[in-house]
Design a protein around this ligand. Structure first.
Ligand code: NAD
Ligand code: UDP
Length: 331
C-alpha cells in the first residue's frame, strides 16, 4: 500500500522480538518506518531488539495478543499491522497448545480489528504447515493440504488455517485489506539456539562437538530459506497493490534431506560430531518444498542466497551465542 501523502509508514509488529520479527524490524527502521513491537517474549528475546531501544522511531510494548490491545498501542495511527506473533518451533508451540491455538485465533482477530479500525493493511504470517504432511509435491497455494486436526502439531497448523480464514473473511467483507504469506522453513541469525529447530540444533551440536540428533532416518526433506530473502519477499507482498492476491508461498525451493543438511553443516564447521538417530516425532511431514511461481509472477521475487552462503552467514552467529553461554574461567 502506498503510504498516504504526508504520512509516515508506521508499523505495528506483533511478534517483533522473535527471529523473523527482529530481522523485519531492522529492515523497516532502515527504510525510515516507525516501528512498534508488541510481544509477550514467550519465545522472543530482549537481546534481539536491544540494539533498537535507543532508535527514535522504535518502541516496545510487552503484551500478549490474546488479550485486548493496550491503550498505548491504540493511540496514534498505524499504516500497517504485521502479525508474526506465534511460537514457530514445534517443541515451543506444543508446550502450551491451548495458548498456541488462541494466539492464532484470538490474537489474529484482535490485530485484524485494529487494522480495520485504523484502515491499516494487515499481514498474516501463515505457514507451509497448512499443507500438513503433503500428498502434492511441490506445494502450490491451490493445494488444500493434509493436516491432522487431532495430532500434536494441530494447535499450530489448524490455528494458522483458522487465522487465514479470519483474515480472508475480513478482506472479503471489506473490513481490512490483508496479505497472507505462507512461510516455508527459514533460518539465519537471531534464531534461538535452544528452540529445537533442526538448523539451530545441528549447528550448535556440530560447533560444540555434541552428538547430532537426527529424528527418524534423516530421509525426510525440507527446503530452507535464508531470513534476508524471506524478509524481502514479505516486504514486496505488503507493498503490492491491486486485487487480493490470495496466499503467497515464500520459501527456497532447494529441497534436501535432513541427512544432507547434517552433512553440509559438519563440513562447514569442520566438526567430527557423531550422528544419533532419535524417534521421528508424530505427524512429522515427510517432504516439503514450495512452488514459488505465484511469488515470482506477482512480486518478481525469488530467493538469492544459496544454502551454502546462508549457512556460512549463520554459523558465526551461533558460535557467538555458544561463546556467550560458556562459563567464564577465573584464575
Ligand atoms: P519466533 O518464535 O522466533 O517468534 C515469534 C514471536 O512471537 C516471539 O517473539 C514470541 O515471543 C511472540 N509471541 C508468541 N506468542 C505471542 C502472543 N500470544 N502474544 C505476543 N507475542 C507472542 O518465531 P519466528 O520463526 O520468528 O516466526 C515468526 C512468524 O512466522 C510466526 O507467526 C511463525 O508461525 C511464522 N513462520 C515461521 C517459520 C520459520 O521457519 N521460522 C515458518 C513458517 C511460519
Ligand atoms: N529434526 C531433526 N533433528 C533435530 C530437530 C529436527 O532431525 O534436532 C527434523 C524434524 O523431525 C523435521 C525436520 O528436522 O523432520 C525439520 O524440523 P524443524 O523443527 O526445524 O521444522 P519443521 O518440522 O517445523 O519443518
Amino acid at each position: 500500500m502506498t503510504v498516504p501523502k504526508g504520512m509516515t509508514e508506521r508499523v505495528l509488529l506483533a511478534g517483533g522480538a522473535g527471529f523473523i520479527g527482529s530481522n523485519m524490524a531492522d529492515r523497516l527502521l532502515e527504510r525510515g518506518a516507525e516501528v512498534v513491537v508488541l510481544d509477550n517474549l514467550q519465545t522472543g528475546r530482549e537481546e534481539n531488539i536491544d540494539h533498537l531501544r535507543s532508535h527514535g522511531n522504535f518502541d516496545f510494548v510487552a503484551h500478549d495478543v490474546i488479550e485486548p490491545l493496550p491503550a498505548a498501542v491504540l493511540k496514534g495511527r498505524f499504516t500497517h499491522v504485521y502479525n508474526l506473533a506465534c511460537a514457530a518451533s514445534p517443541p515451543a508451540y506444543q508446550a502450551d497448545p491451548e495458548h498456541t491455538m488462541l494466539t492464532n485465533v484470538l490474537g489474529t482477530r484482535n490485530l485484524l480489528r485494529l487494522a480495520e479500525a485504523q484502515g491499516a493493511r494487515f499481514l498474516l504470517t501463515s505457514t507451509s504447515e497448512v499443507y500438513g504432511d503433503p500428498e502434492a509435491h511441490p506445494q502450490r497455494e491451490e493445494y488444500r493440504g493434509n493436516v491432522s486436526c487431532t495430532g500434536p502439531r494441530a494447535c499450530y497448523d489448524e490455528g494458522k488455517r483458522a487465522a487465514e480464514t479470519l483474515a480472508f473473511d475480513f478482506d472479503r467483507l471489506g473490513r481490512a485489506e490483508v496479505r497472507v504469506v505462507r512461510i516455508f522453513n527459514t533460518y539465519g541469525p537471531r534464531m534461538d539456539p535452544d528452540d529445537g529447530r533442526v538448523v539451530s540444533n545441528v549447528i550448535c551440536q556440530a560447533l560444540s562437538g555434541a552428538p547430532i540428533t537426527v529424528y527418524g532416518d534423516g530421509s525426510q526433506t525440507r527446503s530452507f530459506c535464508y531470513v534476508d530473502d524471506l524478509v524481502e519477499g514479505i516486504l514486496r507482498l505488503m507493498a503490492h497493490d491491486g486485487p487480493q492476491p490470495g496466499p503467497v508461498n515464500i520459501g527456497n525451493p532447494h529441497e534436501l534431506t535432513v541427512s544432507d543438511l547434517v552433512e553440509r553443516v559438519l563440513r562447514l564447521t569442520d566438526s567430527d560430531s557423531r550422528i544419533v538417530e532419535q524417534p521421528l516425532p508424530e505427524d512429522d511431514p515427510r517432504r516439503r518444498k514450495p512452488d514459488i511461481g505465484h511469488a515470482k509472477a506477482l512480486l518478481g521475487w525469488s530467493p538469492k542466497v544459496s544454502l551454502e552462503d546462508g549457512l556460512k552467514a549463520t554459523i558465526p552467529y551461533f558460535a557467538a551465542q555458544l561463546r556467550r553461554d560458556e562459563p567464564v574461567m577465573r584464575f
